[in-house]
Design a protein around this ligand. Structure first.
Ligand code: CA2
Length: 148
């Protein structure tokens, strides 16, 4: 059976590759989407890839994922460190979420070490740049019991 997964990107990630390449690398979000589309083909899963700068839109996407997607890969950007509302949305959605970050949030400023997503995620991948996205797809499918 073909499974569907959702990759959800939060605020400012639309700017990837255009600013601060020393932190986030030279890869654009469109490049990452293409990387994930290739990986989805190899894994025989269908993929939706979204980005929003708005907390409420991300919450809506998580609510709507129930029954539609087998799992979510979420790079919540800076909302990771602030949003109880996103945490509550994940808790109530009953859809497994892999937390993802391009940078190693534990090796940066103190405030980035706090994640409101981590306690409600099945796991966290961070620090591997764009390569973390296909790694997260493998991790999610492994969790779902389909191997990779
Ligand atoms: O490392 C990650 O993936 C982050 O989620 C990225 C967020 C940051 O707030 C988190 O602490 C870690 C920031 C995304 C902003 O991306 C930009 C890209 C280019 C230029 C400016 C911001």
């Amino acid at each position: 059976m073909t499974r569907a997964i959702l990759i959800l990107n939060g605020p400012n990630l639309n700017l990837l590759g255009t600013r601060q390449p020393e932190i986030y690398g030279p890869t654009t979000l469109a490049d990452i989407e293409a990387l994930c589309a290739d990986k989805a083909k190899a894994l025989n899963v269908s993929l939706d890839f979204q980005q929003s700068n708005h907390e409420g839109a991300l919450i809506d996407a998580i609510h709507e994922a129930r029954g539609k997607y087998a799992g979510i890969i979420l790079n919540a950007g800076a909302f990771t460190h602030t949003s109880v509302a996103l945490m509550d949305a994940i808790s109530s959605a009953m859809v497994p979420v892999v937390e993802l970050h391009l940078s190693n949030i534990h090796a940066r400023e103190e405030f980035r070490k706090t994640s409101f997503i981590a306690p409600v995620a099945i796991g966290q991948i961070c620090g591997f740049g764009a390569a973390g996205y296909p790694l997260a797809m493998d991790a999610l499918l492994s969790y779902l019991g389909e191997g990779s």
